[in-house]
Design a protein around this ligand. Sequence first.
Ligand SMILES: [Zn+2]
Length: 351
Amino acid sequence: MSDHHAGGPVGTTPGLVCAHHHLYSALARRMPAPPRTPAGFVDILELVWWRLDRALDLESIRWSAMLGAVEALERGCTAIIDHHESPEAIDGSLDVIAEACAEVGVRVSCAYGVTDRHGPDGARRGLAENERYLRAGGRGMVGIHAAFTCTDGTLEAAAGLADDLGVGVHVHVAEGDADVDVADRLRPLAADDWLLVHGVHLPDDHDLAGTIVHNPRSNMNNSVGYARPARFANPVALGTDGIGADMLDEFRVAYVRHREDDVTATPDDAWSWLAAGWDLFPEARDDVVTWSYAHVDPWSLAFTTGVGPTTVEVDGEVVLADGRPTRVDADEVRARAAEEATRLHRRLEGI
Ligand SMILES: [Zn+2]
């Protein structure tokens, strides 16, 4: 994957894929502290993320997606598989995310995370948003938040919709121990094109069809335990769970977390998880990222921090040149996103 040009040795790869992202979390940084310190994973959901998602409106969704897409491109990630929730602004939310990513020049697959957390009407509207977006030709999947926040009826409806539309389901699975009966509930529904995100508390022989998406940094941050993804028979891909889209960095974290658990682990294992993203988002294979470093192989990259892209081509168009996005002014996006973050954080204080 390396070659040379007039300026010296450079390395190139296809566009990197983030197999699980939450673009809506890009404005969460510097948010006000929760009312009390979360003491566990469900507390983190209730006190941080389930308050933030209720404060989102279409304008804050737009600027979080713009910022998230710019940050992805600046790190050589050209394809994002996003999982979205905004219970007070469901209708049209997936279009807003898709349009923001298109404006920046990053590929995106969208899904709305259906849940019964906001009653049956909330679940129905979430399903309707997935259906509306996908039937209009949007690239995406049907989203489910997680089995532990859904009735069996909602899980069946989401799986049925995905089947009708010929797409997979994108769902959080056994991230924390609250979701412990998830395998039995999803087993009759899951298919090979499903994305099973986290899988930390799945048994080795869970027998669920689909790709496991491993998010090592997020799992460490939420103190949910190590997923030990090497134990699964399923394909394994890498995601960030909303903590940016620097996939070389996530690969390094995946490698050292694996190595901490098993001293015989190699960077080739974590690289194979990163490379599985190309099976999920094949178009990214045609994108070309030119890196600031010649040795773009797993062993070199695992121990070389700070490697970044100089040029990125998506679908034949240069969308990043000299490390800067070409289609949008990154400084302007950051300034608008900061204004929108201030408004979002103000709304959060009342929730
Ligand atoms: Zn997630």
